[in-house]
Design a protein around this ligand. Structure first.
Ligand SMILES: NC(=O)c1ccc[n+]([C@@H]2O[C@H](COP(=O)([O-])OP(=O)(O)OC[C@H]3O[C@@H](n4cnc5c(N)ncnc54)[C@H](O)[C@@H]3O)[C@@H](O)[C@H]2O)c1
Length: 254
């Protein structure tokens, strides 16, 4: 049983219904936190509630991080349920079928940017206003190996995750005197439901990324990433901000 390092704290997690977000919620609950879990798929939230078996400390909100109204509902629910929150994990994300720049369609580009970049901005903006009033707060953005190199995703996903890294550093710098931290976690291969958007749809795109993808090693359970997110959210990491923390089993070291 992990130590209760989040006892008495409240945390907001997006993309909470599956994979890394879901593992993060379960981990944070086990570590004593109250959690506001937001996801676009209501059934995933219902199954999370069942698995957690935790009525008092888990509140779920169905919503799209790309929608200002939905993110505001999640934020408001955390305020009304918990009286505020201490940290935000921006986990919601979608991939781009490894489409290269000359094949990307507007719909893929827009959705990948809307979820990964705009969604992270929307949730962070509200959290920051709240954290400034509290004089404390921690944001963890789930980026990717694709935030560090050009050969781990398609064009839109790579651009989006690089933008997430820029968001992370800008926030870390701007608010470093306000008790507010912001860090990025870059997982390697994780066994999740990233689903069809992670299935290569372009022979050209796949051929260009395959040499690097081949080096990534076996997929790990999302728990292996949840622990890193939990640590960065916690006060144990209170002098860590602006970091890009590779949680990739050594992939980027090669
Ligand atoms: N799985 C991997 O190998 C891997 C590697 C690097 C980075 N990541 C990143 O990890 C994060 C989590 O992905 P995962 O692998 O756990 O995938 P996942 O598909 O299992 O989980 C993502 C969750 O986000 C939700 N979601 C998607 N769009 C949303 C939206 N617009 N608003 C709210 N919720 C939304 C989904 O319903 C799902 O429950 C993503 O940001 C992804 O880019 C994953």
């Amino acid at each position: 049983m992990p130590e209760p390092r989040h006892e008495g704290r409240a945390l907001l997690v997006t993309g909470a219904g599956s994979g890394i977000g879901r593992a993060t919620v379960l981990r944070l609950l086990a570590e004593g936190a109250r959690v506001l879990a937001l996801d676009i798929v209501p059934e995933r939230l219902r199954s999370l509630e069942e698995e957690a078996g935790e009525r008092a400390r888990l509140v779920t909100v169905a919503g799209d991080v790309a929608s200002q109204d939905d993110v505001e509902r999640g934020h408001a629910a955390a305020l009304s349920s918990f009286g505020g929150y201490d940290g935000l994990a921006n986990v919601a994300g979608v991939m781009d079928w490894f489409l290269p720049a000359h094949e990307v369609d507007d719909e893929t580009w827009t959705r990948v940017m809307d979820v990964n970049v705009l969604g992270t901005m929307r949730a962070s903006r509200l959290a920051l206003r709240h954290f400034l009033q509290r004089g404390a707060g921690s944001i963890v953005n789930v980026a990717s190996e694709a935030a560090t190199r050009g050969a781990a995703g398609g064009f839109a996903y790579t651009a989006a995750k690089h933008a997430v890294l820029g968001q992370t550093r800008s926030i870390a710098w701007a608010y470093r005197g306000d008790g507010i931290r912001c860090n990025a976690v870059c997982p390697g291969a994780v066994d999740t439901d990233l689903g069809s958007s992670a299935q290569p749809r372009s022979d050209f795109g796949l051929e260009r990324v395959r040499p690097i993808l081949r080096l990534r090693g076996p997929s790990v359970h999302p728990d292996r990433i949840a622990g890193t997110i939990s640590w960065l959210l916690s006060d144990e990491a209170d002098n860590v901000t602006g970091a890009l923390l590779l949680a990739d089993g050594g992939w980027a070291a090669g």
